[in-house]
Design a binder for this molecule. Structure first.
Ligand code: ZN
Length: 613
């Protein structure tokens, strides 16, 4: 029914798992492994490890683990077959299916994609060379495009004619519908979908062609933008223009800039912000945000947010809580879009992104900056207006921070503002068909601004506070043996020369040491170890080891020496030479002199050889 087993094995073997996962999160090499923030759970320190050699990943925080196929399945919410297909197309492999019908469906999809690719080539060639594209070329030049940019974005021109594309590509009526490139008109003839428009090719996040966004020429009647209609290839609630190009920049900056127009995106790239995308003919949807969240934790809205009302505010605040991300607004001058600004003030545009502010702060500033503060009455009025946007934020701690700013700027007592908010005596900003406030999620715990807040209640944790990864024991000063094991897991190179079975007592610590020493990777160690040892290793791996590895190493060796000393002393016939040696070395390791490490080495050799007898 599915893909042939040998194909699955080939896909697995030819996928670079570090490259694959690196498209979503930044990975840093740590010893034999790569480490980063887990894409599957919210965290501030990386618990997520990738074993490049074996093509495996494991998160010590949420226990997510698997191979490249599992990763794509989990990350993209795909079935097994779709995940293998996604990977196969990345490495340019053609899959064979056990089932002939399956082979045909997949082949058909590829064929449609090839047609869209051919259309992209056709339109692009037309823009570059056709006489009837002169006005389009001029339009692009006026928008600041040079010819390299036009080529790099593969911008096209759809001639203002009935069926040039359909004829050129010899598209059947079925193909026209399947690709969205055209349709059958009332007279039963094939007709091109895009006519007289500048076309921006839209790709999936892997760069496969899906469709186009078409902009009308200035001064021509008709809708300004037209996009490919819904087809088996193209789903507008899931596509984002330029995501394939911006992906790397987004991951690198942990931030994505969302624009409204295609030329806003290209302008962002032009001024050196290569992490911009645009929705294609829709507002930003939950699905878009969910998709973007896989690549970054901060969304910068780079469009005119002045008109965004409370409905938008509610959505932004919900995204922040639901997806654990920050939604901020670029500080663009009112009514100016990035495309305009790139020409006149490129540095200003870069700065506007850098100066992006939380949405509530943005709204508040707009109100207060515009307010007349000349009289007491006006200031009270401004405070009331400001309160009406503050009240929208679901988090009481956040609200309170802004109340203090309002109090400051309007010169009113902050206690009065708090009373107002608490009593619910705040006018809401009028909104056309305002959506009902949703009940807060259970883990939020905020009763919401409409209900009286309890005094002294510390409230929910601020959004983005995230879940902390657990520490292996509540005590910040864990035993030297645990410290050394933690170093062995996280920074093996720092302690590898000192690791010795003699350092660890029989039981959990010794077992953990053995699991680590006998395995090439932490995954292997965890897989091969009994559950209690695996749990200890997992916990150690998500903890930061101490900076100075020698501190715990020396402490541990000294304590082992002391233990041997007391065992030797308690013997009926102590070995006097051993006693003397142990006592001397323990002293030297304990003394703060340059000889410590040499003595520690001798002591370790001594106790290690004793253990062998
Ligand atoms: Zn995780």
């Amino acid at each position: 029914m599915g893909i042939r087993d040998e194909d699955i094995a080939r896909v697995r073997a030819s996928t670079d798992i570090v490259g694959l996962i690196g498209e979503y999160v930044q990975l840093k090499q740590v010893g034999q492994r790569y480490r980063g923030l887990c894409p599957f759970h919210a965290e501030k320190t990386g618990s997520f490890y990738v074993n490049a050699v074996d093509g495996l990943y494991h998160c010590f925080g949420c226990q997510a683990s698997g191979d490249a196929i599992t990763f794509v399945r989990e990350q993209e919410h795909l079935g097994f077959v779709e995940a293998v297909e996604r990977l196969a197309s990345k490495v340019g492999m053609t899959l064979t299916y056990d089932n002939e019908g399956e082979n045909r469906t997949r082949a058909e999809r590829r064929r449609l994609q090839d047609l869209v690719q051919k259309a992209e080539d056709f339109y692009h060639d037309r823009l570059l060379s056709a006489p009837d594209a002169a006005a389009a070329r001029k339009y692009l030049r006026d928008r600041g495009f040079d010819s390299d940019e036009v080529r790099s974005w593969r911008i096209g021109w759809a001639p203002d004619d009935w069926d040039q594309l359909a004829r050129e590509l010899r598209l059947s009526k079925k193909d026209l519908a399947g690709t969205g490139l055209g349709f059958v008109n009332k007279r039963g003839r094939a007709q091109d979908f895009f006519r007289g428009r500048v076309l921006f090719p839209i790709h999936d996040s892997d760069g496969h062609p899906l469709g186009f966004g078409g902009r009308i020429m200035p001064g021509v009647e008709g809708p300004k933008y037209m996009n490919t209609s819904q087809t088996p290839l193209y789903d507008k609630s899931r596509v984002l223009f330029a995501l394939d190009r911006a992906k790397a920049g987004i991951v690198e900056a942990d931030e994505v800039v969302v624009c409204e127009g295609y030329t806003d995106v290209t302008a962002m790239f032009r001024v050196g912000v290569p992490r911009a995308v645009a929705t294609c003919g829709t507002a930003l949807t939950d699905e878009h945000v969910q998709m973007l969240r896989k690549f970054a934790r901060r969304i910068v809205l780079a469009f005119d947010a002045d008109t965004a009302g409370q409905a938008a505010a509610d959505r932004f605040y919900q995204w922040e809580a639901k997806f654990d991300l920050d939604v901020v607004v670029a500080a663009l001058p009112p009514g100016v879009d990035p495309g305009d600004m790139a020409d006149d003030d490129p540095e200003g545009l870069v700065q506007a992104v850098a100066d992006a502010r939380p949405f509530l702060e943005f709204r508040l500033n707009r109100i207060l900056d515009a307010a007349d503060m000349s009289t007491a009455e006006h200031r009270a009025r401004a405070a009331e207006d400001a309160l009406s946007v503050v009240v929208e934020h679901p988090n009481d701690l956040v609200r309170d921070q802004y109340l203090m700013q309002v109090a400051d700027r309007c010169r009113v007592d902050v206690a009065r503002l708090r009373d107002r908010l608490r009593s619910g005596n705040v006018k809401r900003r009028p909104q056309p068909d305002e959506p009902r406030r949703r009940p807060r999620s259970a883990d939020d715990g905020d009763p919401g601004p409409r209900e009286p807040a309890t005094d002294g209640d510390p409230g929910p944790r601020p959004p983005g506070a995230g879940q902390r990864t657990a520490t292996s024991d509540g005590d910040p000063r864990s035993s030297p043996a645990v410290e050394v094991l933690r170093l062995a897991v996280n920074r093996p190179e720092a302690v590898i020369d000192w690791l010795d079975a003699a350092l660890f007592d029989e039981g959990l610590h010794l077992d953990a040491y053995r699991a680590l020493i006998e395995s090439a990777t932490i995954h292997e160690a965890i897989d091969s170890a009994p559950p209690d040892v695996a749990a200890l290793l997992s916990k150690l791996a998500v903890e930061e080891p101490v900076d100075d590895a020698m501190d715990p190493v020396l402490l541990l060796i000294r304590s082992v020496g002391l233990r041997h000393l007391s065992i030797e002393r308690s013997k009926a016939a102590p070995d006097l030479e051993a006693l003397t040696t142990l006592a001397r070395l323990v002293d030297q390791v304990g003394a703060r002199t340059d000889r410590r490490e040499v003595a520690a080495r001798d002591l370790l050799t001594f106790v290690s050889s004793q253990g062998d007898e």
